[in-house]
Design a protein around this ligand. Sequence first.
Ligand code: PMP
Length: 448
Amino acid sequence: MNVKPSHLFYQGRERKPVLDQARGVYMWDVDGKRYLDGSSGAMVCNIGHSNENVLEAMRRQMEKSTFGYRLHFETEASEKLAAKTAALCPEGLNKVFFVSGGSEAVESAMKLARQHALAVGEGARWKIISRAPSYHGCTLGALAITSYAPLTNPFAPMMQAMPKILAPRAYLDGLDPEDEATGHHYADMLEAKIMEEGPESVLAFIVEPIGGASTGALVPPKGYMERVQEICRKYGVLFILDEVMTGAGRTGAFLAAEHWDLAPDIVVMSKGFAAGYVPLGAMVAHERLVEPVLDAGGFQHGFTYAGNPLACAAGLAVIDEIERQDMVGNAARMGVRLLERLQGLMQRYAIIGDVRGKGLLTAFEFMADRGTNAPLPKHLRAFDRFVQIAYDKGLIVYARRTRDGVEGDHIIVAPPMIVTETHLDEITEMLDASLTEFTEEIRPALDR
Ligand code: PMP
């Protein structure tokens, strides 16, 4: 382990290679080693690195202005990006609030939902139901609706406990995800939870339409998303989609909501929204929520950097590039091919227990035994080890432990939306070699 002393600190003591350059789907460290960015960082750099048109738009904006405080000035960049975003969201979702990242976007959605309840005389509503496992951010509000024990436990006494329902993991429960009865089985847990909490106290339900860091590219079973939306409507509970990871094209539609023709009350985006060029996120709310809040005196919330003109100019240029190069279409097409390749690897490697995903958000999960869904033993730290092996071979992938309270490791493969078939070949070859090495390494532990 590389443990040179440093003034920087993030998670642990281990040091990482120093990044030098990045172009398209590739990155180079200062020693000249090349990496294929097979997870777009943390599913962020969706349009690839160093896109010239985005850099040019940023240069032009920097020459005009780099900061205008949102309570002093509007800017052409923020106005244009808001209009463009609204045009790409479902009908009525046309009020856009800019922030600098995913957690900020989630916090903003929570607070707008609450202020809306107050504005319409429903002040008893404050509970936000979310799922276990889920990831909605690291700030204390977003963490309260996150369910992932290692991240939440240390801070539990500092947070307001919020109700949770199980995320639908049909593959672990032996249920058929293509059967609507499966979707309804899990969705009905939301109705039961609303009844248990008291419908008059429930403010909102928030969900990652396709799992990200929490469940690893897990696509909900048939009928699930439509049913949870219906239940929310029935009880006057706001329906919030956390599209921080899925938004801006990654799943083969601009919003994952389009796969089920959903009409959420609020959508949050970040990551791919400015594709890593600048810190940027957006909360997009239905006008029927925002108008009463504005009438009641305004939204009591906002970050200093919100609507930063440089960030908005970059975000606008990113969306232009996504459209100009039909990256959403490419994500849909290449996603199908990538999933086929992962399924091919699953046939050859017994330690892959499940393959899943949509568009270019795909994953595989390690299991010691497919028959019983038994995970690999925890002490192997499979998610860490596999990432390191792939990294040494020049492939970047993203990994997490999948199951809240249960062991399990998933590896997310989510390259930039500009990938070609040749890049997919390269990814598959490096995954193949990494799986061979990893299988050899853990064989003694599994044979025991
Ligand atoms: N929501 C989801 C679904 C996410 O995947 C993430 C980031 N992994 C966040 C919220 C938080 O975003 P950020 O790290 O930009 O604060």
